[in-house]
Ligand binder design. Sequence first.
Ligand SMILES: Cc1cc2nc3c(=O)[nH]c(=O)nc-3n(C[C@H](O)[C@H](O)[C@H](O)COP(=O)(O)O)c2cc1C
Length: 311
Amino acid sequence: MKVPSSALKVTLAGCDMASPIVLAAGTCGYLDEMSVALDLSRIGAVTTKSITPLARDGNAPMRVFDVKGGMVNAVGLANMGVDRFLASKREAIATLPTTVIGSIAGFSVDDYVAVAGAFESIEGMPIVEMNVSCPNCDNGRLASSSVETLREHVAAVRSVLKTTKLFVKLPPNTDSLVHLAAGAIDAGADGLTFVNTLEVMSIDVRTRKSRLGRPRKGMSGPGIHPLAVRLVNDVSRHVARDAGIPIIGLGGVLDWRDAAEMILAGATAVGVGTGLFVDPSCPRRINKGLARWVRSQGCSSIGELVGAFEE
Ligand SMILES: Cc1cc2nc3c(=O)[nH]c(=O)nc-3n(C[C@H](O)[C@H](O)[C@H](O)COP(=O)(O)O)c2cc1C
């Protein structure tokens, strides 16, 4: 299939990408697992699972279930830890035919700095994404609990990155996203990614207890899409656009129209997460639809449509 067209090429914080479509952290395996369903050279970027300094089991299973309008998960940052990750994936990172975004997570400044420092030293990972917005662990959102705390964490990670670009992944559960975004930019972020999952509850009415262990967990999928579009528009217009900071917009993108909305709202690139659970090959369809849309809008490049929403 002859997609994506050159009309889909974008540059994200200096990285040239074949398409604006980014596979979202935690939804596409550690790195290259989606290559069984997709030609990764046609995808803009793959985001790794969020990696912490030490291995984590995450929360007890079951960790995922369907709700009306999407899915809820309580994975809890299960991962093999940075040393094993790099020992097993270093070569694949250097040779993957797409941009690799390394997602890092932690529970203290030192955690983030340790993983960022390890990622800085390897070949083939031009972007690090700080996940400061995991709703599924105690303290998973500590780093974004206030603008001051976020600035401190971002500045510390920024100081250990030399050539690697730094994106900060923000939560939707806040009435101060614009302020958090401004703080992250001020502390040295080269880009912003949002939204992470929406913190929700779901109760088993028979047992009167929480479905999936933890009372609070993260919702993703179509039900959060209109909120994500609104937040991308707000942050783009109030802080990111004037600062020249690109946004990876995500939340409930299942088809090309959802992706196009994100672009019009101000996203340079568009993440797909839950969509991969519905159909792992959906990025191919999204690319195809976006290429047609760009032509139908009389444009030669999708970049012309970034932030082109008319209020
Ligand atoms: C099962 C699952 C695991 C996830 N794990 C991570 C993770 O490790 N790190 C992270 O930054 N986001 C994680 N996310 C959040 C997604 O990257 C994304 O921000 C969110 O799901 C919204 O996008 P979507 O509606 O397209 O899924 C996870 C989401 C799901 C559904």
